[in-house]
Each structure stands twice: as C-alpha cells, then as structure tokens.
Design a protein around this ligand. Structure first.
Ligand SMILES: [Mg+2]
Length: 185
C-alpha cells in the first residue's frame, strides 16, 4: 500500500465559525460547503485530521472534556454527511506554557504521518492564521492554504508579506476544490 495523502484542518475560523473560546456543542456552526468539500477529498483518498490549539484549556476557561464534547459533535454532524475524520489533535496549553504540539509546531503532523503512514509531501494544511500555514511549512506539506473566513481576511491584509507560497482562497470548500484540482494522485 502506498502512503496516503492527508488534509490537516484548522478548526475555529476554518471548519466552523470562530466564536471566541467556543466550548459547547450547541455553539458549533459549520462554514457552509465544508462537508461536501471534505467528502470529495476523502473520496479522492485523503485522510482527514483536525489540528487545533485550544489555549482556553490552559487558561482555565474550559476543560479538555468540553473540547472532547465539541469534537464528538463535529464528528457526528459530519458523519451524517459521510465525512469521517481520522484523528483530532488538540494542543490545550496556553501560549506561555511548554507544549509539544501547539501550532506552529509540526509535531502532531509528524505523529500522524508515522501512525497513519502518510505522505506529507502530498499532504496539505488549511487554516485562517499564519501559524496554520507555518505548521504546514514546518512539516514539509505540499502546500499551506489560507482561507478568508475567521481571521483569514485580516491575516491576508496585515501579514500578506509573510504568506510565501500559501494559496489564498475564500473558504474551506474552495480550498478542497483547489487541492482536488492540483494534487498528484
Ligand atoms: Mg483558526
């Protein structure tokens, strides 16, 4: 079996609307078109992973159990649309706390690559912040994609010179379409 490509996905502002320190399942609202985009990539052989910094845990605003409940909800909602996630990676630390996986660390991507036999050079990351793009660069992904949802538009405006070869698209659905068109099977 050849190694698989993967899509690493930021959560807040990319897959779901960014609601400051969201921690309740009922607050989850998907960015429109996301499920269809992810399903198409999955059908093309991509494994799907969420990689998310949740500093609200380290700051004491909510618990890891809250994060797990939100992720169980996301998983169930997307399973109903025939989208299956292969893993959720959470960095719960506050920015001033030591962390192995907190983006822009590539640690979770490297861990997933080892555990799921991924080909990172044919894998992609999508996010709304520079740290998401940097995570993909640090892990050796094919490309990093910036969406204009969440903080993405502000990132494009204020950090435009730091975006290197990032692909900038309107939303996750457009990111999935771009990857489908450009990836090498
Ligand atoms: Mg985000």
């Amino acid at each position: 079996m050849p190694s698989s490509p993967a899509l690493f996905l930021d959560r807040d502002g990319t897959l779901i609307l960014d609601k400051h320190y969201l921690h309740k399942p009922e607050e989850v609202e998907f960015v429109p078109g996301s499920a269809a985009g992810l399903r198409a990539l999955q059908e093309a052989g991509f494994l799907l992973f969420i990689v998310t910094n949740q500093s609200g845990v380290g700051r004491g605003y909510f618990s890891l159990a809250d994060v797990d409940r939100v992720h169980a909800h996301i998983e169930a909602e997307l399973a109903a649309e025939d989208v299956t996630f292969d893993g959720f990676y959470v960095a719960p630390e506050a920015p001033d706390q030591p962390s192995r996986g907190r983006k822009p660390s590539p640690a979770f991507l490297l861990e997933a690559a080892a555990d799921f036999d991924l080909d990172l050079s044919r894998s992609y990351i999508v996010g709304d912040k520079l740290i998401d793009l940097e995570t993909g660069w640090n892990a050796g992904c094919a490309r990093s994609l910036l969406v204009r949802t969440g903080y993405g538009s502000a990132t494009e405006e204020t950090q435009g010179t730091e975006l290197r070869d990032a692909v900038v698209v309107d939303d996750l659905a457009a990111a999935c379409a771009w990857i489908l068109k450009h990836h090498t099977a």
